[in-house]
Design a protein around this ligand. Structure first.
Ligand code: TXA
Ligand code: MG
Length: 314
């Protein structure tokens, strides 16, 4: 494994490795992705192996241009309107695969649908254009652990399982993209993110009730326990118990770290995963207490990730 700067030489090296079937971690505005050529079944299989990801959990396919979609999926008016509004950006849309879909069936993990996203990050899009193929890219972390928002997190989590890491600095948004299912007549948000359900509904009308039934997840990756640190996480805490670290928000006296002292949910989203990683230190404390974060805007997505971090590990 090697870390390179996001220079044109670094991007060219990444593109060459990807065209040869290698795995390259790259920055996006949400989190770092573990990229592989989506049209190469062997490369996609290597992604599942590197992450230890269950084979039933499908991957997001990343594109640089809207016209790449024609070779991948059947789009519709809702998709076109949403892409026009939110792409490039932190919105993943699930469509039905088209008959001539160029992506390996492995990315869909046996489903007849495909998740698509155009990242809003210069390095990611330069890399995609240089490879000139869609890239399958889950978050670049071992399955079940916290997503990486810094290049070093990728190195810590995946080590030599990735051929190259392109370091583009910290990720601006800090939480994984919103996942919206458009494969059914009723659109539904499967994973909350920076693009909110309200913003989506303003473009395509009312969404189906959140498919948040853990017994029958439409998104195989949305298991109750996910994004989990190794220490137990206690939510809506106002103070730390002895032996606990306190992750604050807003005015939080005694906080070990604070997601946003000024109470800004966007700042908190960008810092959440790095701070959870920093506090996940069993040698220093026995648990992580987290102050309440308001359920507004991206605060919904923060609370979704915190609930999963706190869920009993299955
Ligand atoms: O922000 C992001 O989305 C990042 C960056 C790298 O783009 N990627 C990411 O990928 O978070 P991953 O694999 O960690 O999460 C993808 C989520 C999973 O919950 C997966 O189950 C769901 O999307 N998903 C992918 N394809 C799907 C499909 N065809 N149907 C339903 N859910 C799907
Ligand atoms: Mg992930």
């Amino acid at each position: 494994m090697k870390i390179v700067d996001a220079s044109s030489a670094g991007i060219a090296e990444g593109a060459r490795l990807l065209r040869e079937g290698g795995l390259v971690a790259f920055p996006t505005e949400t989190v770092y992705g573990l990229g592989g050529d989506a049209t190469n079944g062997k490369a996609v299989a290597r992604i599942f192996a590197a992450k230890g990801r269950p084979s039933f959990n499908p991957l997001i396919v990343h594109v640089a241009e809207l016209d790449w979609i024609a070779d991948l999926a059947q789009s519709d008016e809702r998709f076109t309107a949403l892409a026009k509004t939110f792409w490039p950006g932190p919105l993943t849309m699930i469509l039905r695969r088209c008959a001539s879909c160029k992506a390996s069936e492995l990315v869909s993990a046996g489903l007849d649908t495909i998740a698509l996203r155009m990242p809003d990050h210069d390095v990611a899009r330069s890399l995609l254009r240089a490879v000139d193929r869609p890239l399958a890219a889950p978050s670049a972390n071992a399955s079940g652990t916290i997503s990486p928002t810094h290049a070093q997190h990728v190195a810590d989590s995946l080590g030599d399982k990735v051929d190259l890491i392109i370091d583009g600095g910290p990720c601006r948004v800090g939480l994984e993209s919103t996942v919206l299912d458009l494969s059914e007549r009723h659109a539904a948000v499967l994973r909350p993110g920076a693009v909110t359900a309200e913003e989506i509904a303003a473009v395509i009308g009312t969404l189906a009730a959140a498919a948040d039934n853990p017994a029958a997840p439409r998104s195989p990756g949305q298991l109750a326990s996910h994004y989990a640190p190794s220490l137990p996480v206690r939510l809506n805490a106002t103070a730390a118990l002895p032996d606990e670290a306190l992750l604050g928000f807003g005015y939080s006296p005694g906080a070990t770290l604070n997601l946003s002292a000024r109470g800004d949910v966007i700042e908190a989203a960008a810092k959440l995963f790095a701070m959870l990683r920093a506090l996940d230190a069993p040698a220093k404390h026995k648990g992580i207490a987290v102050a309440p974060v308001p359920m507004a805007g991206i605060g919904l997505a923060i609370n979704d990730r915190l609930r999963r971090a706190a869920a009993p590990k299955g």
